[in-house]
Design a protein around this ligand. Structure first.
Ligand SMILES: [Zn+2]
Length: 71
C-alpha cells in the first residue's frame, strides 16, 4: 500500500497517509490542519545517505556490469 509518512511543520505531529498512485503526496495535519506537512521517508524509500532501508526497491549491485543498473 502506498502509505507515506508525514510530519507536520506546525505542531510536529507525525502521521501516515494513504496516497493513491498518481496523486500528489500531500496531506493535511490531522491535529491542527496545517497543509504543508513535510513528507518523510518511510519503508521502501532510499534514505538520504543512499543506503536503502531493505524493505524493497533495492537490488543487489549487478555483477554483469559496473553501473549496477542493468536488468
Ligand atoms: Zn499539525
Amino acid at each position: 500500500m502506498p502509505i507515506h509518512e508525514f510530519k507536520c511543520t506546525e505542531c510536529g505531529k507525525e502521521f501516515d497517509e494513504l496516497i493513491m498512485p498518481g496523486k500528489e503526496a500531500t496531506a493535511d495535519c490531522p491535529d491542527c490542519g496545517a497543509k504543508d506537512c513535510e513528507k518523510l521517508l518511510s519503508c521502501g524509500n532510499v534514505r538520504p545517505n543512499g543506503i536503502p532501508s531493505g524493505m524493497g526497491g533495492y537490488r543487489e549491485p549487478c555483477k554483469g556490469c559496473s553501473g549496477g543498473s542493468c536488468s
